[in-house]
Design a protein around this ligand. Structure first.
Ligand SMILES: [Zn+2]
Length: 166
């Protein structure tokens, strides 16, 4: 059985005990989190969040890409979000390659170039990357000045979050 068939089976059990029918659309803590997709960051556990507390936006690296910004704009303008947390982490896979190497490898292996994605946004300095992501949010003209934006590094060896300040 493939992984998707396995999780579909698990969903049948989930439905038996489902209790989320009364959760509102707006996150209760008015919080949005942008974090790496790495499974070692179990966001709900790391932050003590319950389902319904926060909008959680994940991608490779925990980067404020155009699509993450799209989600943050929906969160802040449509869903009452007032605070944004950006979480990168130690030992991130995005620290382990360079964009140009991966792009040329993909083009070589596939025999073709592609227009999208044009970049993977790999990075080499974790703290600097967190600051850059915070800056991308704060400098966006559609993110209101009253929105709090804070950045963190999660240590996959200890579970601890460390705030990064510019
Ligand atoms: Zn990562």
């Amino acid at each position: 059985m493939g992984a998707i068939d396995e999780v579909l089976k698990a969903n049948l059990n989930y439905v038996q005990n489902f209790s989320g029918q009364d959760l509102p659309l707006e996150p209760a803590r008015h919080l949005a989190v942008v974090a790496c997709m790495d499974y070692r960051i179990n966001i709900e556990h790391v932050l003590g969040l319950k389902n319904g507390d926060a909008n959680i936006i994940r991608n490779a690296g925990g980067l404020v890409t155009d699509d993450a910004l799209r989600s943050l704009l929906v969160s802040t303008h449509m869903l009452g979000v007032e605070e944004i947390m950006i979480i990168n982490h130690t030992e991130c896979g995005m620290l382990k390659f360079k964009d140009e190497d991966l792009l040329s490898r993909l083009q070589r292996n596939s025999g073709t170039a592609t227009v999208s994605p044009a970049a993977f946004y790999a990075f080499s300095n974790l703290e600097e990357n967190v600051l850059n992501q915070m800056q991308r949010v704060k400098s966006h003209p559609w993110i209101a000045s009253g929105i709090t934006v804070r950045g963190f590094i999660y240590d996959v060896k200890s579970g601890r979050l460390t705030e990064i300040r510019g």
